[in-house]
Design a protein. Structure first.
Length: 619
DNA sequence: GTAGGGTTAG
């Protein structure tokens, strides 16, 4: 009682408890101030209650349940209060609650304002509420916020999410004042749907107001569509314009390096991050681990991983996946066990990686064990991806019946990737009948994926069924499906060199081809027989027109031998899978030239040393 | 009180 009298005695008495609300940091403090305010008789005061609710709904330590309780006691909540509570739900991933509140607000004849719409639209977006989103769009105009930048950007964002790019573009075109968010939203919108050229046009027109976010949206657009060189070019432009390199750009560029296998460039960015104190969060750490793994440096990846102060589940997953890719299944399992000892809860991705580690290393028993372990011990139900890994595991090992049985037993329908895993196995083990059925099915499911046609055609060619090979090729042509051309990349002295089979445009082309011939001569005397018998590779993944011995990886190796010192490791990345012939050749080259060669193909790593490959020919 | 960018398998 006495404290209230004291407050009432001074003229600033009413504002001070409200001011105190602004400085609270815990719910306990807030509740104290709240009860004081009620004692002052302000329980129906929207200004006072609004501040209480704001803290509960929006601050880090806020309690949404308390916000709801207070909300229920307010006789006539105003727009501000609705906004704050709707935002609270949105931030807590409860968009449906926000939408319900929005319509309640309209029923109460409260006019939404410029703060309401971004929230309501965001809620529709997160709840996939297309129809309601369109209605809110109409309200934006009806209530006079048609030219409010925040509302317009939120509209664009929503339409991008709903895949109505035309609608997003219409909003963008009508905007009188655009800001960085407008550019960014549209650029990434186009990029997500694969319209990179359109994204670039928007980017170029953002000239006057570009910050690192806009730059990154475009760089990421290139990276996501595998146009790594263009990402690098844009990055150079960005640095020339002295735009700061922040953690997002660093992450995108690391992915570009990963895509190309450009280790030196990746290391440079890693160094830059450390030197310039760029915040190393768990996502960025994962990107760095991924870069080292996919650029062939497991040791560096491990060193970095071990040096991290905090290792989130995605970092563990990435490291386990890296080991899997390098054929180190046993080590991957050990790392998983360490993860459990460190009490890091695995998620579904963890088990995808553990199972794929088993598949790549032929660990059938272990794969079976972890497949049931994930559900029994961690309560994680297997998804399609996990079934895909198991099909891959059995399939590679030649246990096609077992793989087929598993597909039949799946509680969900199999998709193209599950069938694809089995199809791949039919290819390895030459099961024509099953492969033919699956091939047709997978092509129907994914008519634009050239790889599917190639596997089926290869299967036919293995069986000598040339007419069928021809008809698959005709089908591809008729549908306008083109094989992605095979290329290999080798990075020397920070320069990325790219080779395409049979291509002669490289400045050192003459020397390179001579070196290939020399290489072949040398390995022939070591027992190499070029795998050209029959027309087995009639429709290989690599361009058919170029002779086998000028496949892109051979050109890259020749280039590497010409331009490095004895003993240096040659690291090559290939966008497709390495073919049998090149695999055999690499083994012998590693022996004859006494060179370690690391080849990353579409699926995994091959470490060639002294005539052997780390995959033990199991791939 | 409000909006935008990066990672993890096959």
């Amino acid at each position: 009682m006495s404290s209230i009298q004291l407050i009432q005695a001074t003229p600033i008495s009413l504002s001070s408890p409200l001011q105190a609300l602004e400085s609270c940091s815990t719910m306990a403090e807030l509740k104290q101030h709240h009860s004081q305010i009620i004692k002052l008789g302000l329980s129906a005061d929207n200004n006072a209650m609004g501040r209480v609710i704001k803290f509960c709904a929006l601050s880090k330590n806020g309690n949404m349940g308390y916000a709801e309780k207070v909300f229920d006691t307010i006789p006539k909540p105003d727009t501000f209060i609705y906004n704050v509570i709707m935002n609270g739900y949105l931030q807590r991933q409860l968009p449906r609650y926000s939408i319900v509140l929005y319509s309640q607000m309209l029923q109460d004849f409260l006019a939404p304002n410029n703060f309401t719409f971004p929230c309501a639209l965001g809620a529709c977006c997160n709840d996939n509420a297309v129809e309601e989103g369109k209605q809110v769009h109409a309200h934006v105009f009806k209530f006079g916020f048609g030219s409010d930048g925040f509302s317009q950007n939120s509209l664009m964002h929503m339409y991008v999410k709903f895949e109505s790019l035309e609608e997003a573009r219409r909003v963008f075109d009508k905007m009188v004042k655009r800001n960085v968010v407008s550019w960014t939203t549209l650029i990434s919108g186009y990029a997500q749907r694969g319209y990179i050229d359109e994204a670039l046009k928007i980017f170029e027109s953002s000239m006057t107001q570009r910050n690192s976010v806009v730059w990154n949206a475009m760089i990421a657009a290139y990276v996501q569509s595998n146009r790594f060189h263009e990402a690098f070019a844009l990055f150079d432009r960005m640095r020339a314009e002295k735009v700061v390199l922040d953690k997002y750009v660093a992450a995108s560029m690391l992915s570009a390096c990963t895509g190309l296998g450009a280790l030196e460039q990746g290391k440079w960015i890693h160094c830059y991050i450390e030197k310039n104190g760029i915040e190393l969060d768990s996502k960025l750490a994962t990107t760095i681990i991924d870069m080292y793994c996919k650029c062939g440096c497991l040791e560096e990846a491990f060193e970095f991983f071990n040096g991290l102060d905090y290792r989130g589940v995605s970092s563990w997953n990435c490291m386990i996946g890296g080991l899997a890719m390098h054929g180190k299944g046993e080590v991957a399992i050990e790392l998983f066990q360490e993860m459990e000892r460190k009490m890091v809860a695995p998620d579904n991705v963890t088990f995808v990686n553990v199972l794929s580690a088993c598949a790549h290393s032929g660990l059938i028993k272990e794969g079976r064990y972890y497949f049931s372990y994930m559900t029994e011990v961690h309560g994680i139900e297997p998804r399609r991806e996990h079934y895909g890994c198991m099909v891959d595991l059995f399939g590679r090992a030649g246990m096609l019946e077992e793989a087929k049985k598993l597909i039949d037993e799946m509680p969900m329908s199999a998709d193209e990737s599950v069938f694809g895993a089995l199809l791949g196995a039919c290819g390895i083990h030459g099961n024509i009948e099953l492969g033919e059925q699956l091939g047709m099915r997978v092509i129907d499911l994914e008519p634009k994926n050239s790889g599917r046609y190639v596997i089926l055609a290869n299967l036919y060619s293995k069986a000598g069924r040339w007419e069928d090979v021809a008809s698959v090729r005709k089908l591809m042509n008729d549908r306008g499906v083109k094989k992605s051309p095979g290329f290999s990349v080798i990075e020397l002295g920070g320069v990325v060199n790219e080779f395409i089979a049979g291509e002669i445009t490289h400045p050192q082309a003459k020397d390179i081809y001579a070196k290939v011939d020399e290489m072949l001569e040398c390995i022939r005397s070591a027992g190499y027989v070029s795998n050209t018998d029959g027309v087995l590779h009639d429709l290989d993944e690599e361009e058919r027109e170029s002779p086998l011995h000028y496949h892109s990886e051979k050109l890259a190796i020749a280039f590497g031998l010409l331009n490095t010192n004895p003993g240096e490791i040659l690291r090559i990345s290939k966008n497709l899978r390495i073919c049998r012939d090149c695999h055999q050749a690499c083994k012998l080259i590693s022996k004859v030239y006494d060179r370690e060669i690391v080849v990353r193909d579409r699926n995994r790593f091959h470490h060639f040393r002294n005539g052997e490959c780390s995959c033990r020919d199991y791939w």
